[in-house]
Design a protein. Structure first.
Length: 226
């Protein structure tokens, strides 16, 4: 007799076979569900919608601030990515290298210290000496306005300046206009997709930089677990 499980996971290219039935789970009658944003999967997990779910590592750690943390993490890693490619700059800001981010206003997608943001912050601090307290942070959506998440604790370290973007504003537009100097986001700003000369990646040859980072450190960033 098989066990019935509801499983929440984002529909990545490498998980698609689970959704279309090409790959099954031995001994388990699994129903796979996804959502438009991976953070929607995380939210539904906190609401008890799934038996097993993909869950961001930073989101998991935030649940430790709850009176009764509801999750047990398994070493199953649906999402592992290098994040040098996720840092964008306004080309008129005078930022020519990572060290130039010190003293600047930086946007961050979704919430301070989200999964794809914690890795660039660590890299900037460890590799280039730019720590979060040296920047001002603005939180919001990249190409679409994003309301604040109210379903997970959002602690901010002492001494770090963090505010939310105004209602209806997007970080991508703020970056293109120069209201913020840089942006950390796995969602590529629309300005880049449109070929605007006002926005560029901090590391134009990011793939070479990421390969060098892996050769030197042996680190392949982990972003989500189950």
């Amino acid at each position: 007799m098989s066990t019935e499980l509801s499983v929440g996971v984002y529909a990545y290219e490498h998980t698609q076979a689970l959704f279309d039935g090409r790959v099954g789970v031995d001994g388990v009658d699994a129903v796979f569900e996804t959502a438009p944003l991976v953070s929607d999967v995380f939210r539904r997990a906190t609401e008890g919608h799934y038996d097993v779910a993909e869950f961001g590592l930073t989101y998991f750690l935030r649940t430790f601030d709850l009176d009764d943390p509801p999750f047990l993490a398994l070493p199953v890693l649906p999402n592992r990515n290098f994040r040098h490619s996720a840092i964008f700059v306004n080309t008129a800001s005078g930022i020519e290298g990572p060290q130039d981010l010190a003293g600047r206003t930086v946007g961050e997608f979704a919430l301070y210290g989200h999964d794809a943001g914690i890795w660039p912050k660590g890299i900037l601090a460890d590799e280039y000496g730019v720590t979060p307290d040296q920047c001002r942070w603005v939180i919001g959506g990249t190409n679409h306005p994003l309301p604040a998440f109210d379903w997970v604790p959002q602690p901010v370290p002492d001494g770090v300046d963090v505010r939310r973007a105004e209602d209806g504003r997007t970080l991508g537009a703020m970056l293109e206009s120069g209201e913020i100097d840089a942006l950390i986001s796995v969602d590529v700003p629309q300005a880049v997709l449109d070929g605007s000369p006002r926005v560029a990646r901090l590391f134009p040859d990011y793939e070479a930089v990421e390969r060098d980072y892996y050769r030197r450190t042996g680190i392949f960033p982990r972003c989500t677990s189950s």
